[in-house]
Design a protein around this ligand. Structure first.
Ligand code: 5GP
Ligand code: MG
Length: 173
């Protein structure tokens, strides 16, 4: 496997889109207590860029979700790290790198709901709607993508490539 030489989305395109998303989010959550919950590990690059474009104060926390990819048809997902903040009364925005089958985001939303926040919304930088296996729509979406595996800007291929500023499609040799 190798990465296509030409990025499918450049860091400049991501930066522009994040400015737009941050503007929307800042307007929607003005005067509310917003907790950003980034889904480890892939969304940390997105989270760190997005939070610095917001014009409202936030609290930052994390969840870690582990999926069992060898059973893709049944696809169990488990949260192995949970936010440390008290969430009752807070407005939560979950930051996901990419929505694929939707199972990770659905599991995280269900688990966070048990903490009784005032509201829960999902912001995904990338979305592959044609891959969905469970009902899941994000409230904020950066880029709609076709069914292709992408790497870079926090997203990995077997843990490699997270450091790449641009996003590339993984291709068979
Ligand atoms: P889902 O639970 O929606 O099927 O998958 C979500 C997780 O799978 C993402 O958080 C991400 O870690 C991984 N994933 C899904 N599609 C891609 C992709 O195209 N590239 C990479 N690097 N990871 C992906
Ligand atoms: Mg991953």
């Amino acid at each position: 496997m190798r990465l296509n030489e030409v990025p499918i989305i450049t860091s400049a395109q991501i930066e522009r889109r994040i400015v737009e998303l941050a503007g929307e989010i800042s307007r929607d959550y003005a005067d509310r207590e917003l907790v950003l919950i980034a889904v480890l590990k892939s969304s940390i690059v997105f989270a760190s860029d997005l939070m610095r474009r917001l014009t409202i104060p936030i609290l930052l926390d994390f969840v870690r979700a582990r999926s069992y990819r060898n059973t893709e048809s049944t696809g169990l997902v488990e949260c192995t790290y949970l936010p440390e903040q008290d969430l009752p009364g807070k407005h939560v925005l979950i930051l996901e790198d990419i929505l694929d089958t939707g199972r990770t985001a659905a599991t995280v939303v269900d688990r966070i709901r048990q903490e009784s926040p005032s509201s829960i919304a999902v912001c995904a930088l990338f979305d592959k709607p044609s891959r969905r296996k469970v009902p899941m729509t994000a409230d904020y979406i950066g880029f709609k993508m076709d069914d292709q595996f992408i790497v870079g800007y926090g997203l990995d291929y077997n843990e490699c490539g997270r450091e790449l500023p641009d996003v590339y499609v993984l291709e068979a040799d």
